[in-house]
Write a protein that binds this ligand. Structure first.
Ligand SMILES: [Zn+2]
Length: 512
């Protein structure tokens, strides 16, 4: 697959002052594509972007009043290699922008030029923002500047700094060198919303040029892309590809802070409710087991309970559940969701695990709880191009490496998957024979391998239950029938010895 880098080239012109009168003329939104061994292209479809994203601030003294360009006459001209915006004489801003032009000079060079004149005595500058790098692209990148030590783009926000205009950026997958030809220094502004949290935001590289009163302003900058190369091997066999990179450095406190706001507003049941359930199950008439033991257990003189938790997005509430269960000397299974934020961060063909979470998994395991996999492989496959069989093999090997034996799987009811009429259980041939789904021009298969081929001894959805209680959606259901918390307890009390019961609870609904 040809690696395509899309650089958002924002030709943003801002002309402003710090006093009462503030005005700016700006345009943004030119998307320039760059593919390996190829030239820049202004995409035809993007040329009309001026319809949507050319913003003009018009009236002196108005702050941040943005207008669609229709309200402020501009003439947009496009050619094969340029796009130019001109304003007419009615331009009421202090900075009379005559022309703003983006031109493709050759296969490696693009020029942005601005012409205009400042007609009022205000402090003003023109700001170019030639590059905005999406945070995802910069994960783990190093930026080398010609006059500074190398900067690593990591979990901390970078201090904004200025530098002379030569830089190269290397990421694990990509390397490119850029030269900005301008007489001005440029600045790097780290505008990633929350570094290392899903790649939101941008790293902005911009220049500021002061504008002087009544002199013709005519400034252009050129971006020269010296080289772009994908450092990712172009051909790798699927079976040798690694998907899990257990190298995240997020501390547990940070994970708690970032991802596990208790969301108690979603909780429907109190911890006291949970204790009431546990108090019942702790009675001698029940035998409560993690699912792996429940699957093959026989206890004709007991009500046999397989107890299961799909952690979904609340590992620390799960931890609380485990604490309560220990109080009643009960053990259960916790299924860890590999598409959840606490688990790690996601990229095409890659997941960086939050290794700080291992302590929690290990603690539960050491306390006698079972750790299982909450299967969301259809999401991983379609969203991140991750091949499920190989991924699950790696996943199980990873748990083994940290001392956790994994036997079982429970499939996650991901909205993303359900909306397509699919179900994560279909990944296994026991639940649906080999089918294909197409995404982004690529065909993905599911259902061609068995649970055993994936490395599982059991699925929580094949455990031969007489009764199945679940709190899915925050409402108790027993064999599909809705009931209240106290009705659940009543039904449990009436069950005869020899009955096999699975109880599924999701931490999210607890802790009201
Ligand atoms: Zn789930």
């Amino acid at each position: 697959m040809k690696y395509l880098l899309t650089i958002l080239l924002f030709g943003l012109l801002a002309c402003s002052n710090l006093h009462a009168k503030e005005q700016s003329v700006s345009s943004q939104g030119f998307t320039i594509s760059w593919s390996k061994q190829d030239s820049f292209k202004i995409r035809k479809g993007e040329l009309v972007i001026s319809q949507n994203s050319l913003f003009l601030v018009v009236k002196p003294g108005w702050k941040k009043q943005w207008f669609w360009h229709k309200k402020f006459p501009v003439i947009v001209t496009t050619g094969d290699n340029f796009i130019e915006v001109k304003t007419d004489k009615a331009n009421p801003t202090a900075f009379k922008m005559a022309s703003y032009k983006v031109e493709i000079i050759n296969k490696t060079t693009v020029r942005i030029s601005v012409k205009g004149k400042l007609t009022e005595d205000v402090k003003a500058f023109v700001q170019h923002v030639p590059f905005n790098f999406p945070a995802t692209l910069l994960d783990n990148a190093t930026i080398e500047l010609n006059n500074r030590p190398t900067v690593t783009v990591g979990e901390k926000k970078l201090n904004n700094f200025t530098a002379t205009p030569n830089f190269s950026i290397k990421t694990p997958n990509l390397e490119f060198q850029v030269k900005i030809k301008t007489s001005q220094k440029f600045a790097i502004n780290d505008r990633r919303v929350k570094p290392f949290q899903g790649g939101l935001g941008l790293l902005m590289i911009n220049t500021n040029t002061p504008v002087t009163l009544n002199s013709d302003y005519n400034e252009s900058i050129e971006l020269v892309i010296n080289s772009v190369k994908s450092t990712r091997p172009t051909t790798r066999k699927a079976d040798t590809k690694n998907y899990i990179y257990p190298d995240s450095t997020l501390a547990i406190a940070q994970i708690k802070k970032n991802y596990t706001t208790p969301r108690n507003r979603m909780a429907k049941f109190s911890w006291q409710d949970y204790e009431n359930l546990l108090k019942e199950l702790a009675k001698d008439r029940y035998m409560v087991l993690p699912i792996r033991d429940y699957v093959n257990a026989k206890a004709p003189d007991k009500v046999l309970v397989g107890m299961r938790h799909d952690i979904d997005f609340h590992p620390f509430k799960a931890e609380k559940m485990a604490e309560l269960e220990q109080k009643y000397k009960l053990r259960s299974t916790f299924y860890i969701l590999h598409s959840a934020n606490y688990y790690g961060r996601y990229y095409p063909k890659k997941i960086r695990r939050n290794t700080a979470m291992n302590d929690l998994y290990k603690k539960l395991n050491d306390q006698g709880f079972e750790i299982g996999i909450h299967n969301d492989t259809i999401s991983l496959m379609l969203k991140y191009d991750i091949e499920p069989l190989k991924f699950i093999h790696e996943e199980i090997a990873y748990y083994n490496k940290i001392g956790i034996q994994v036997n079982g799987v429970a499939s996650h009811g991901a909205a993303y998957v359900l909306q397509m009429g699919l179900n994560n259980t279909y990944m296994f041939s026991e639940f649906g024979k080999g089918k294909t789904i197409e995404r982004n021009g690529k065909k993905y298969q599911y259902g061609q391998y068995s649970l055993k081929e994936f490395g599982f001894d059991y699925s929580a959805y094949r455990t031969n239950n007489n009764r199945y209680f679940s709190d899915v959606g925050g409402k108790w259901r027993a064999n599909g029938k809705k009931m209240t918390m106290s009705e659940v307890l009543k039904v449990l009390k009436k069950l005869k010895p020899g009955t096999r019961v699975q109880i599924l609870t999701h931490p999210v609904w607890w802790g009201k």
